[in-house]
Design a protein around this ligand. Structure first.
Ligand code: 3HC
Length: 329
């Protein structure tokens, strides 16, 4: 395993020349569309930004289970309950794949999870909003998973092997998540007045936070340039946001719902839907921990982690016993 120590050894003259040559050949591999694998040499900064992004992605999947888990016992039919249950279980699996991918970069699962539980690590802003009605389950599947798919499909071609492979499996399951959500919204928007109002209310509350999910505007994105050079990112935050808007507006029109943006208009020349100003102050507040549900989400994760301690201890004790038995055999 390429050790962290080598990455962080003190700079010496020779070392600097060697590193420059290594950086050059590393970038040549990236430019040639080669996959970087865990045992390959990589710049410390490449390792660091991937650990940051993949672990935050994993945290998002795990925290993302909370808003939807809230409605499993209140689903309106067995079919809806089964679909929602399957989706929430999938999200947990996505989190575990992604923690496994992050661990290949040299940081332990325990350390990554501790960064989440102590509020040091971020997770997606979108999961800090409340799920107030059943229609939110439709809006989340349709919009949040729709946005996640837009962001995750390019990650299937990320330069880091374990991340790109995890994404291929995740994206297959995300398309089911998005379709079950949209079908839910079709049922509600073609239903009675109360159901239509519930669907419109959910769209009103989830639309703008979904646009924020793609990250700050390109001009304010501190990681995009380097992540693009290293082919971690294939499209910028604004490019993916625009793709999402262009794909989603016609879906909202089919539902007969109105997007909560009076400035939304189609530009015949560019072929894109132009949208209004996003409230980046709200985004900043949410990622600073001041969103509607940040405290609840962290409290729920810490409570679950504490209550699950006995499972981790039992699994470790069992593994230890099995190791000792093998050693004695
Ligand atoms: N929520 C929280 N933090 C965000 C954010 C968001 N929506 N968007 C950006 N940020 C943070 C970044 O993490 C970075 O902070 P950091 O340096 O402390 O990590 C800062 O804002 C600047 O943003 P950048 O654009 O410079 O950061 P990135 O280049 O990392 O781009 C990103 C942000 C597009 C979210 C990128 O990290 C990414 O693609 N992450 C992986 C995909 C992901 O997390 N998807 C959403 C959640 S998963 C999901 O929705 C599951 C589905 O099943 C429901």
């Amino acid at each position: 395993m390429y050790t962290q120590a080598l990455n962080n050894a003190p700079e010496t003259g020779e070392r600097q020349v060697e590193d420059a040559a290594r950086m050059e050949s590393f970038q040549a591999r990236i430019d040639a569309e080669e996959r970087i694998e865990p045992n390959d040499w990589m710049p410390a900064a490449y390792r660091k930004t991937l650990t940051r992004q993949i672990s935050q992605h994993a945290h998002s999947e795990i925290v993302g289970m909370l808003p939807e888990g809230n409605w499993i016992t209140r689903a309106p039919s067995l079919r809806r309950k089964a679909a929602l249950l399957a989706k929430v279980q999938d999200e947990c699996g996505h989190g575990l794949y992604l923690y496994a991918a992050a661990e290949t970069l040299g940081t332990s699962r325990e350390e990554l999870v501790d960064q989440l539980l102590t509020g040091k690590a971020k997770y997606s802003s979108i999961f800090n909003y409340p799920t107030l009605t059943w229609a939110d389950m439709g809006a989340i599947g349709w919009l949040v998973d729709g946005a996640a798919i837009m962001n995750q499909i390019p990650l299937c071609r990320c330069s880091y092997g374990p991340y790109s492979r995890a994404m291929i499996r995740v994206c297959k399951e995300e398309s089911f998540h998005q379709r079950q959500g949209y079908e839910n919204m079709v049922t509600l928007s073609k239903g009675n007045e109360a159901q239509k109002e519930m669907a419109q209310d959910a769209l009103n509350r989830w639309w703008w936070p979904c646009l924020m999910m793609f990250g700050p505007p390109d001009a304010a994105s501190q990681h995009s340039d380097q992540s693009t050079r290293w082919k971690i990112k294939r499209f910028s935050n604004d490019e993916l946001r625009q793709k999402f808007v262009d794909a989603t507006v016609p879906q909202a029109q089919y539902l007969g719902l109105t997007l909560p943006d009076p400035d939304l208009k189609f530009n015949e020349e560019t072929g894109h839907w132009e949208y209004g100003v996003i409230d980046w102050e709200e985004f900043k507040q949410v990622i600073a921990g001041n969103g509607p549900c940040n405290r609840d989400r962290l409290a729920a994760r810490n409570k679950a982690h504490a209550e699950g301690a006995w499972v981790r201890e039992a699994a470790l004790a069992f593994a230890e016993k099995r190791r000792a038995r093998k050693a004695a055999a």
